[in-house]
Write a protein that binds this ligand. Structure first.
Ligand code: SF4
Ligand code: SF4
Length: 381
């Protein structure tokens, strides 16, 4: 038994091959091979551990064809920790020199070189200030630090600008790590190259300490999950700061009447896509719905697959297979269209980007926006 996988020896035997995980898996839904399903992956890993299956390229590919959406894990009647097993298998693949896949390695190299997963120049990390006309200084002591993340910094600056404008309107004091912020490290950690993430994590933690922040705000569920769950494991110390996702902050600000929705959104029918890494991973399902329903003139309709059962947007698959990522995103767009909503709202920059391009690809008559942009519009910003 490979070292890292030893703890799954008993778990793997709990698989009763019921196939419930296959029904919800976005990868299996598109590819349709048993080896692409969670059950197939479990079986292949078991075969490899027993020495019945060689560590060939097919096995490696299938282990990386997983969005990490956690849908299989919540669905499994045997409580098999499928996602943890897949993630730890990736660590073993890296140890064996078989992982990560070249496209993922390139993304991780981007982080080492340019401090962002997209490979954009690091010195452009705060260019969103120019695009969005937001003037804010990047440093200063504060209790609250806004950790912007790679996707909002480079690909959806409207999320950053809307968040900052909302916080200012609410007279909420915060600071930025700004140009000193690096990728949270999630791509390295999830692809099995956790060792490479150590210096990245240490850098970000040091910068948060230098700011004196006791709380860190994120707009990205991936950053949120990484900062809450992974940083403590990697540093071996309890975080000295609390991590807050913007969903919770906006919900609290509304409750405290620091946000007022003054713009009536006439006859706007909205559906909400639950991002996997804030919904299924952290159980945050109702905050966004409450915010949407509090906006005058806005009606919320649900997709058939919602909350714990929401289908993945496919965004995290884009580095491994762009066509698969787009196919999964297009499926979710079709589910949104079935509701007859004219607006699809989400609370994750990666979902936002992938669903937006999927809607364009499908020529779908639905707009996709991030919750922060919707809220800023409803406030009149
Ligand atoms: S985490 Fe999602 S994509 Fe990965 S195997 Fe499970 S259901 Fe499939
Ligand atoms: S849902 Fe669980 S028990 Fe059923 S096939 Fe999948 S991993 Fe095995």
């Amino acid at each position: 038994m490979k070292d890292i996988l030893r703890r799954y020896e008993y778990d793997i035997l709990k698989c009763v091959y019921c196939g419930q995980c296959r029904q919800v898996c976005p990868t299996f839904g598109q590819i349709g091979w048993e080896s692409s399903s969670p059950r197939g992956k479990v079986k292949m890993i078991h075969g490899w551990l027993k020495g019945d299956l060689p560590l060939n390229d097919r096995l490696v590919d299938q282990i990386y064809l997983c969005a990490g959406c956690e849908h299989c894990t919540v669905e499994c009647p045997s409580k098999l920790p499928v996602v943890d097993l897949i993630r730890d298998t990736r660590k073993e693949l890296v140890k064996s020199g078989k992982g990560p896949l070249p496209s993922l390695k390139a993304a991780n190299d981007n982080i080492l070189l340019e401090k962002n997963v997209l490979g954009k120049p690091h010195n452009e990390r705060m260019s969103w200030r120019d695009f969005e006309g937001v003037t804010i200084e990047s440093s200063g002591n504060t209790d609250y630090a806004y950790f912007v993340g790679c996707m909002p910094s480079y690909w959806c600056s409207d999320v950053v600008a809307s968040t900052i404008r909302i916080l200012r309107r609410a007279k909420f004091d915060f600071g930025l790590i700004g140009g000193e912020e690096w990728c949270c490290g999630m791509p390295m950690i999830w692809s099995g190259e956790e060792d490479k993430a150590k210096a990245i994590v240490k850098h970000n933690v040091d910068k948060i300490h230098e700011l004196g922040a006791k709380r860190v705000l994120t707009t990205c569920p991936g950053c949120y999950t990484t900062l809450t769950r992974e940083y403590q494991n990697i540093t071996g110390k309890k975080n000295s700061f609390k991590v807050i996702h913007v969903l919770d902050l906006l919900y609290e600000l509304l409750k405290e009447e620091k946000l007022k929705f003054e713009n009536k959104m006439d006859k706007l029918v909205v559906t909400y896509h639950d991002p996997c890494h804030i919904g299924r991973s952290h159980g945050k399902f109702e905050q966004a719905r409450h915010l949407i329903e509090s906006i005058p003139g806005m009606a919320l309709v649900e997709m058939k697959k919602n909350r714990q059962d929401a289908n993945c947007c496919g965004g995290s698959l884009s580095t491994v297979s762009d066509s698969l990522s787009l196919a999964v995103g297009t499926k979710r767009i079709k589910e949104a269209l079935e509701t007859r909503a004219n607006l699809l709202v989400t609370a994750c920059p990666q979902c936002y980007v992938n669903l937006r391009r999927s809607a364009i690809e499908a020529n779908a008559n639905i707009d996709v926006i991030d919750l922060t942009v919707l809220v800023a519009g409803a406030i009149g910003l």
